[in-house]
Design a binder for this molecule. Structure first.
Ligand code: FE
Length: 182
């Protein structure tokens, strides 16, 4: 079994779990995020990152209401650690930074925070709230911060019940091409 088989199987078997407080499952959310990346003409790495950005949630099988328990599950770190065994930084860094990108956008885009879903506003506080000025500057030094912000916008818009988007197999070739060590 290849790592790509593992990823597809993981979403098939664990992806039915709810995306905390949102009206879509983890699998639907992953597929909608990747679909937007592809539609917007994002790079192959960003499309792959979009598909797997929340893999930390399905990897750990955490309780569905973790955010409401006042625990920040740091799913972006769990996801990045697992993905780094198989993918390079163009995939793993946007995944690692996608929560920081939310804090960045809350601090730099006045409309952004207003458009967040209630669950996302709740987790924002657990994640540390909007960035301060020094945190903004530090974030913008990161080589993949633009890709992380791009991913974040697809992520936020990938919560649409019943949206008919391509399935996991649609991304098999892209995933295989992005693997650096199987
Ligand atoms: Fe997400």
């Amino acid at each position: 079994m290849s790592v790509v088989d593992d990823i597809i199987r993981l979403f098939e078997t664990q992806g039915h779990t709810a995306y905390y407080g949102e009206p879509v499952s983890q699998k639907e959310h992953a597929l909608q995020t990747a679909h937007q990346a592809e539609q917007e003409g994002a790079s192959a790495s960003v499309v792959v990152a979009a598909l797997v950005h929340d893999i930390g949630h399905v990897l750990r099988g955490l309780p569905e209401d973790i955010a409401s328990q006042g625990i920040d599950s740091r799913h972006e770190d769990a996801g990045e650690a697992w993905l780094a065994r198989h993918f390079g930084p163009a995939v793993t860094e946007p995944v690692k930074l996608h929560v920081a990108a939310k804090r960045y956008l809350c601090a730099t885009d006045p409309d952004y925070q207003r458009r967040l879903s209630p669950a996302s506003v709740q987790s924002l506080h657990l994640q540390g709230g909007p960035f301060r000025r020094d945190e903004i500057a530090a974030f913008e030094k990161h080589p993949y911060y633009r890709e992380a912000v791009q991913l974040r916008r697809y992520d936020d818009a990938a919560k649409v019940p019943g949206w008919d988007v391509p399935g996991l197999e649609h991304y098999r070739q892209l995933l295989e091409a992005a693997v650096v060590h199987d």
